[in-house]
Design a protein around this ligand. Structure first.
Ligand code: ITT
Length: 187
């Protein structure tokens, strides 16, 4: 079975990408390899910089993922600062911030990157639109999953199974595209 390294500290991301790639007959192995996340305006910049850093350190093909939650009526906050905001304010902090908001539209974005055997960078993006719930719900997933309700659904991500989330998530969309770029798809 072909194996691909995924440099991430986030078990939730790892499990989702493993599930997605298992359909392609590819094993995704976690690489614990911290890379500096530059202060950048876009997820793409963080990924490109991260891949180049890791290539210098490890000189091996690998994937990374930078993602975030963007509140449409708050200029995309927390966006590239999602990990920091989750760590400091948590889901409840986002709910408190939005307690009187009637416009609750939000989206998740994922930028997935792969550096190949020759050191060439490949980038793919995925997005899912939805809204922020009024309270935390559910027990599955990770991060902001308890407060994000994808469009057309009455449940938040944390009330869905891994497979259900993976049918529509920003991450599965990005990594499906990335797999296509890697010419890994069987069909
Ligand atoms: P890495 O080691 O892969 O960088 P991380 O958790 O630090 O893991 P990011 O820097 O990409 O990840 O930060 C994105 C944050 O956005 C992450 O910590 C989650 O809290 C949140 N997030 C991203 N995708 C999510 C998803 O599918 N569901 C819920 N929250 C998500």
């Amino acid at each position: 079975m072909r194996k691909i390294w995924f440099a991430t500290s986030n078990k939730g991301k790892l499990i989702e990408v493993q599930e997605r790639f298992s359909h392609l007959g590819i094993e995704v192995e976690q690489l614990i390899a911290p890379y500096p996340e530059i202060q950048a305006d876009t997820l793409d910049e963080v990924v490109e910089d991260g891949l180049k850093f890791l290539w210098k350190e490890y000189s091996r093909p690998l994937m990374i993922d930078d993602s975030g939650l963007f509140l449409d009526d708050r200029e995309g906050f927390p966006g590239v600062y999602s990990a920091y905001v989750l760590h400091t304010l948590g889901c409840q902090g986002i709910l408190d911030l939005m307690h009187s908001d009637t416009e609750r539209q939000a989206h998740f974005k994922c930028c997935a990157g792969y550096i190949d055997e020759s050191g060439n960078v490949h980038i793919a993006r995925g997005r899912v639109d939805g809204s922020i719930s009024k309270e935390e719900r559910g027990t599955t997933g990770f991060g902001f999953d308890p407060i994000f309700m994808p469009e057309g659904h009455a449940r938040v991500f944390a009330e869905m199974t891994l497979e259900e989330k993976n049918k529509m998530s920003h991450r599965s969309r990005a990594f499906d595209k990335l797999a296509g770029m890697m010419e890994l798809k069987k069909d």
